[in-house]
Design a protein around this ligand. Structure first.
Ligand code: GLU
Length: 485
């Protein structure tokens, strides 16, 4: 098996937004394909006609691309590739199911929903495990004719061996054994609507597409046991299975839409201004330990290093603080023009045209060190865009009322003609010279200027702030405090 070219896939169902867990599984598949120089396929398991939605498909596709996860083939020729879709293969699944019927490995089951409900109720009364009792295996010809005459439309069930341990050596979890008594009886593979059930369609597809490794979430372990029985019935070799641990929150609760809301969706992180590089690094390291303590890397670099053996068996813990650390790192260190481009959508409410592109980049360069998420750039840079600065009561009746502060501000206002606008160091030097002349320094000198310009005594470099704001804005802000200066 391993002598074949490695082929892996991610097979999301478009019944919801791209989930963090799906994104991490997709990433591990992609990294494994990069490492093994194999193929990575995106297949949409869109057979749930009620819950599937094109809006979710768009969200999944764009989320994966945003994270830098690129599928390497599709049903079309030449990229960018469309995903494969199960709904395009309905007839094929039915054909394979009929083959199983003709070989006596599957059969039509006419049990009505009411009958199955009654069975479940009886099992509950008797304190038995819930499950189908395989009654359809023994229908007589007369029974079948009666069901057909009643207009019942059958499902197709696959015969599950009664007393069998299904086992495999999982590439992450090690040896796994599941007894067929825990599988719930003969399983439906095609619904009465003619739509194939996940466990069946997935096996047919993984075989058709010659998948060599199935890397997916641990929640599929029982499904894997069912699928192994189907591989055997179809006379096929098994792929390698690798089950990635589930993700929990810091209180050890499973990450779920119900408990964590939008925080389980990639779109939330995109909208909040997380960098795809940060989320990718974080997701990669949620359950995988890269060699030599490496923490920061590109997708391609991760692809060189990835190793299924270094994926943990234990649950992953979602820790926003760590994600924030990665994000702040990328906001600080990615090229300024890239960070500026990504910040601009968050500044849409401001009149951006008042600044040139180099000035906008300067604004981002002075505020980016303080950001954890790009959405914070709006507040962090507000004083560059505001027509009027909000001064708190505390500042206006305190610091800005003091004689020495007013002297500093008057002098700055008088000296505006001497500031070398566009030159942060030069602007700072003029303020320092004013301080020298007035005999004030340190916070007595800088705080009033900063407060007048930004409405706060703390903030980014004063020289840069002055230099970017320019003469007109600085004059307006100081004059509005001194009236007139
Ligand atoms: N549609 C399944 C899911 O989203 C795919 C599981 C698999 O990889 O087989 O969980």
């Amino acid at each position: 098996m391993t002598s074949h070219k490695v082929r892996v896939r991610i097979a999301p169902s478009p019944t919801g937004h791209l989930h963090l867990g799906t994104a991490r599984t997709a990433l591990y598949n992609y990294l494994f394909a990069l490492k093994e120089k194999g193929d990575f396929v995106l297949r949409l398991e869109d057979t749930d006609e009620v819950r599937s939605d094109e809006a979710f498909t768009d969200d999944i596709l764009s989320g994966l691309k945003w994270l830098g996860i690129n599928w390497t083939e599709g049903p079309d020729v030449g990229g960018p590739y469309k995903p494969y879709r199960q709904t395009e293969k309905t007839d094929h699944y039915e054909h394979v199911a009929n083959k199983l019927i003709s070989e006596g490995k599957a059969y039509f089951c006419y049990a009505s929903p009411e009958e199955l409900d009654a069975l479940r109720e009886e099992q509950k009364q008797r304190d038995e495990k819930p499950g189908y009792d395989n009654r359809g295996r023994n229908y007589t010809q007369e029974q079948v004719e009666k069901f057909v005459a009643e207009g019942r439309i059958p499902v197709i069930r696959f015969k599950v061996e009664d007393d069998r341990v299904v086992s495999w050596n999982d590439a992450i979890k090690g040896e796994i054994q599941i007894h067929t008594s825990d599988i719930g009886g003969d399983m439906v593979i095609v619904k009465s609507s003619g739509i194939a059930i996940y466990n069946f369609a997935v096996v047919v597809d993984d075989l058709d597409m010659k998948m060599t490794h199935i890397i997916r979430g641990e929640d599929h372990i029982h499904n894997t046991a069912k699928q192994i029985l189907l591989y055997e019935a179809l006379g096929a070799n098994l792929p390698v299975f690798a089950h990635v641990p589930l993700i929990f929150d810091l209180e050890r609760a499973k990450l779920s839409k119900r408990k964590h809301g939008e925080a389980v969706h990639i779109s939330k992180y995109r909208n909040d201004g997380y960098m795809p590089e940060a989320l990718m690094n974080y997701l990669a390291q949620m359950s995988w330990t890269p060699p030599e303590g490496k923490e920061i890397f590109t997708v391609e670099e991760a692809g060189q290093m990835f190793d299924l053996d270094k994926v943990s068996k234990s649950p992953a813990v979602f820790d926003t603080k760590r994600l924030d650390w990665f994000n702040a790192h990328y906001i600080r260190t990615l090229p300024l023009d890239v960070v500026t481009d990504r910040c601009l959508p968050f500044l849409g409410e401001y009149d951006l045209d008042q600044y040139s592109r180099p000035e906008l980049e300067q604004i981002i360069s002075v505020v980016r060190d303080g950001l954890t998420m790009l959405k914070e750039v709006k507040d962090a840079s507000s004083y560059f865009f505001a027509d009027k600065i909000q001064i708190s009561e505390e500042l206006s009746s305190g610091l800005l009322k003091q004689e020495s502060s007013r002297k500093v501000l008057s002098k700055v206002c008088e000296s505006l003609g001497q500031f070398p606008w566009g030159d942060p160091k030069g602007c700072k030097a003029v303020v320092d010279a004013i301080g020298k002349e007035l005999g004030v320094k340190g916070k007595d000198l800088y705080w009033p200027v900063r407060a007048a310009l930004c409405g706060s005594t703390s903030g980014p470099d004063l020289g840069a702030t002055l230099s970017i704001l320019g003469e007109k804005r600085v004059r307006t802000r100081i004059e509005s405090l001194l009236q007139p200066c």
